[in-house]
Design a protein around this ligand. Structure first.
Ligand code: PLP
Length: 467
């Protein structure tokens, strides 16, 4: 790709008078737009010939990084391979051309997909009913918390307005609780990275009557399986509150264990993560919410119609492709891959919490801190080697968090290649640290000034032709 030749913006390639199209002759007579509704000057649009436009956009698309062109170990995001059969099914004209206002009698096939998907998710999670209206995981959290809030109101427990959230939780958990009008009580993690039971007991003993729910992610955002859920669920249920499961990390549990069996009452699933829809950059998503029997009457209306049908279609195609036997392999394989990377790199990267992880784990930067090479530098250098960077500086429990999630789909060769490069970067940190600190060197754009980009983003192009 040669961005200098083709330009970064189509406006920069514009040459007055160039055309890339020709309009057919007007066959409809002259219908004039009233003068007061017409612009006084021509719109400042780029003027380019067709090859320039095609090359510009083709080259831009080649700058994109996705699971289809490289390893994408972005912790917490479950960037798994998206089988192409899912796309074929979602693109079937019988589904793609449906209109949400069509008479119900003409959409029986789509309704059957929704029902079959609901049945599959119930079987996989141990919950009784799902709503598919939420458009993302965070939207699912909000919907689930609204279910819980509606439930307490129906019991006359108006004072139950507090939600217990672990300090390791994904940022959307406290944010969703706040949007739902609930107050957050943070429970600490212990030295083992799991919820500190003593801290939870203290919270329940003082606030028990005001607690609406406890939100938990399992495995948590450190990739650790919370082993004390039965005790936690008992404490929470005994004080009259409900258990909410953030199912964004469901991947390693698939076919191994079910949130419904662990004592969770309400949960959401990120279909776009666990059930393989291309995501990133803001969508598309689907965050169905499941509840145990008896809570379905508290589902709120959070969006019109049935939510993001194409994502549901992909999820159902994925479940059918795997089948009952293979779906059981997803969790164990994702767990094996993550542990293999962790154990292969722990001599050069700092592992703050030891032991078996699930689908992902967190390093606290390089082991040798004397070089001054940070997690940010390692992430940028990975781009030079053709890998997407892992999640960095999350969770907030460590200064130099580097969170790696390989998923179950990657081959031994791909994973070994990543391990080699991570080791090479650790070596470079010792021998040529400036090379790492100034990376990336091979991407179309080098190291950006993050603060400037965040504080003074330039998101529009100043047109040459002012109106
Ligand atoms: C643990 C956890 N909870 C919630 C979310 C939010 O999901 P979404 O990005 O679909 O809103 C994520 C997203 O990655 C997550 O990792």
């Amino acid at each position: 790709m040669n961005n200098r030749l083709y330009g970064n913006l189509i406006f920069e390639l514009s040459k007055e008078g160039r055309r890339g199209y020709s309009l057919p002759k007007n066959r409809f007579g002259n219908y004039e737009i009233p003068t007061e509704m017409r612009r006084s000057n021509d719109a400042a649009l780029p003027e380019c010939d067709e090859p320039t436009v095609v090359r510009h956009y083709t080259n831009l698309s080649a700058n994109n990084f996705g699971v289809d062109n490289g390893f994408y170990p972005l912790g917490s995001c479950t960037m798994k391979y998206n089988p192409k059969i899912n796309e074929e099914m979602a693109a079937l004209p019988q589904f793609q051309n449906l209109h949400p206002d069509q008479p119900a009698a003409t959409t029986r096939g789509a309704q059957a997909i929704v029902e079959l998907l609901e049945r599959s998710l119930c079987a996989l999670t141990g919950l009784a009913h799902f709503t598919f209206k939420p458009y993302a995981g965070a939207h699912g959290e909000l919907t689930g918390l609204m279910v819980i809030d509606n439930y307490h109101r129906a019991q006359g427990n108006m004072q139950r307005k507090k939600v217990v959230v672990p300090d390791s939780a994904h940022g959307t958990n406290p944010a969703s609780a706040a949007v739902c009008g609930l107050e957050i009580i943070e429970v600490k993690s212990g030295a083992d990275g799991q919820v500190d039971l003593a801290d939870l007991q203290r919270i329940v003993s003082t606030e028990g009557a005001n607690i609406a729910a406890m939100m938990m992610t399992n495995p948590n955002t450190l990739g650790l399986f919370e082993t004390r859920i039965p005790e936690i669920a008992k404490l929470i249920h005994d004080c009259g509150a409900l258990m909410y499961y953030d199912g964004a990390n469901l991947n390693p549990m698939l076919g191994v264990c079910r949130p419904g069996d662990m004592g969770f009452d309400v949960m959401h699933i990120n279909l776009h993560k666990t059930f393989s829809t291309p995501h990133g950059g803001g969508g598309p998503g689907s965050g169905p919410v499941g509840v145990r029997e008896g809570l379905q009457q508290f589902f709120p209306v959070v969006s019109p119609y049935h939510g993001n049908f194409a994502v549901m279609m992909r999820a159902y195609a994925y479940i059918l492709t795997l089948g009952r036997e293979n779906v059981r392999k997803v969790g164990p394989l994702a767990t094996l891959n993550a542990n293999y990377i962790k154990e292969s790199l722990r001599d050069v990267y700092e592992l703050p919490i030891d032991g078996l992880c699930c689908h992902e784990f967190v390093f606290d930067g390089l082991k040798n801190k004397s070089t001054g090479v940070t997690t940010m530098d390692v992430a940028k250098r990975l781009l030079d080697y053709g890998y997407h960077a892992p999640t960095i500086y999350f969770p907030l429990l460590f200064h130099e968090s580097l969170m790696i999630e390989p998923t179950e789909n990657e081959s031994r060769e791909t994973i070994d290649g990543f391990i080699d490069v991570m080791r090479r970067i650790a070596e470079e940190a010792l021998t040529t640290p400036d090379e790492v600190k100034t990376a990336p060197h091979k991407t179309p754009i080098g190291r950006v000034d993050d603060v400037l980009a965040a504080k003074h983003p330039v998101v529009t192009f100043r047109q040459m032709k002012e109106e």
